[in-house]
Design a binder for this molecule. Structure first.
Ligand code: SF4
Ligand code: SF4
Length: 432
């Protein structure tokens, strides 16, 4: 039996695109590029309206430690700098780039290649490349590579679990870019001074395990984990592979681990040594409203509507989700762009079922929660406006995996309550 974590759920996998090689998507006429598409401070725009840019040139600079730079995903002209909508219903500053007719795939370096033997220069190059966690979290990669004084990282863990139903972008990356994944992870190991690299892959991707084994030449440790959701969550993967527990409110680094997604590791090798910026990522497009499902290499900033049209979306599409069905967000505005954190776009012919019943105190949600929380109790506190109760029931440890809502027989939208309560908590005045 392969290792795993406690609790969790088994949603149907529906990974019908796993056999489909990655296809490159053409350029949309306009790309919409938000300046804050990562965790941390938004990047600062460094271009002007009317300016012509080559694909790969710097358009916004991450000037805070926790931020990420952004590069032009297409050769073209800056049409507008202003407010853009986000999937969360907010507005954020961004750049609209008009693609040049006939724009090519050439990708220009925005800086000289770094000296890979100089760790400081190398981490700086990762920061300037705009790399973030491509598994969906979009946490700036360079921040993970700077180990604070007094800390020690012994393990680089590369996350190839991809446990969300439908999504196969990481699976394809492991099949098509295994050498890059191994090279990128070894570069991380070197700069962190770690002892080993462990790559965790779910048991439904044994072809990817073989591809990585061939590429690794025994330099990295490739381990198979059970197929269970949310096995791809950092804390769950660390628990499964190392039997270490990341403390509540803590980070993997607290237990000597730095985790990176497989696409992130591949992009480190593909971009950083050449002085290139991140301009595209693999996105799974699937669902019963898509005629040409598959995995597409998509320029950052491509409108979701353009991607769906290219994938043959049917006219009676009723629902579009960015990400997977468990943790993704339903969106109505198809002008919203693909960002660095968009792992999938799912389109369905049926609308979401909003009918929910009362809590019958069955306890299924408690049995499912991988963080050992009591989701029903948090929900009751949230519904009653009792934010202190939410905190006592450890709302902050909830990472919104959706396992509780998946098993709830009353179809209570538990995660929606948790997200709203977290927003309300952030608005509370800070005690001094
Ligand atoms: S309470 Fe949070 S962490 Fe626990 S199952 Fe529900 S969404 Fe996941
Ligand atoms: S699974 Fe749903 S009905 Fe059962 S206790 Fe949890 S919230 Fe209540």
């Amino acid at each position: 039996m392969f290792p795993t974590f406690a609790r969790g759920v088994h949603p149907p996998q529906l990974k019908t695109t796993a056999e489909m090689p990655v296809r490159r998507l053409g350029f949309a006429p306009e790309l919409h590029i938000p300046l804050g598409q990562h965790i941390g401070a938004p990047a600062q725009c460094v271009v002007k309206v009317g300016q012509r840019l080559e694909r790969g040139s710097l358009i916004a600079e991450g000037r805070s430690f926790v931020s990420a730079s952004i590069h032009a995903p297409v050769t073209g002209t800056v049409r507008k700098i202003g407010w853009l909508a986000t999937p969360q219903g907010q507005r954020i500053q961004g750049i609209v780039l008009a693609s040049e007719p006939g724009a090519g795939q050439e990708h220009v370096p925005f800086r000289a290649p770094p000296d890979l033997n100089d760790p400081g220069q190398w981490v700086d190059a990762v920061a300037r490349s705009g790399l973030v966690g491509l598994g969906g979290a979009a946490f700036p990669t360079h921040v993970k590579l700077k180990v604070p004084d007094g800390r020690n990282v012994d393990t680089v863990m590369i996350n190839g679990a991809e446990c969300e139903p439908y999504l196969t972008a990481d699976h394809r990356a492991m099949l098509e870019w295994p050498d890059d994944i191994v090279s990128g992870s070894l570069l991380m190991k070197k700069v962190l001074g770690a002892e080993r690299v462990v790559i965790g892959v779910e048991a439904n991707k044994m072809d990817a395990v073989k591809a990585l084994e061939r590429a690794s030449n025994n330099c990295v440790d490739i381990r198979v984990v059970q197929v269970k959701y949310p096995q791809g969550a950092e804390k769950m993967l660390i628990r499964a592979l190392l039997r270490r527990e990341v403390p509540a409110g803590g980070l993997p680094m607290d237990v000597g681990v730095v985790v990176a997604n497989v696409q992130t590791a591949a992009m480190i090798a593909r971009l950083v040594p050449k002085g290139l910026g991140l301009v595209e990522r693999i996105v799974t497009v699937a669902g019963d409203a898509v005629e040409k499902p598959g995995n597409y290499l998509v320029p950052i900033g491509t409108p979701v509507g353009f991607l769906l049209q290219s994938a043959g979306v049917v006219p009676d599409c009723q629902r579009v989700i960015l990400g997977g069905p468990m943790m993704g967000v339903s969106v109505a505005d198809l002008q919203l762009p693909i960002t660095k954190g968009t792992s999938g776009v799912l389109a369905f012919k049926t609308a979401q079922d909003h009918e929910s019943g009362p809590c019958i105190r069955c306890g299924y949600c408690v049995q499912a929660c991988p963080m050992s929380l009591n989701p029903a109790a948090i929900m009751r506190s949230a519904r009653g406006g009792d934010l202190d109760g939410c905190v006592q029931y450890r709302l902050r440890d909830c990472f919104e995996c959706g396992s509780c809502a998946f098993v709830c027989p009353s179809k209570i939208p538990l995660v929606q309550y948790f997200r709203q309560a977290k927003l309300d908590l952030r608005k509370q005045p800070v005690a001094v």
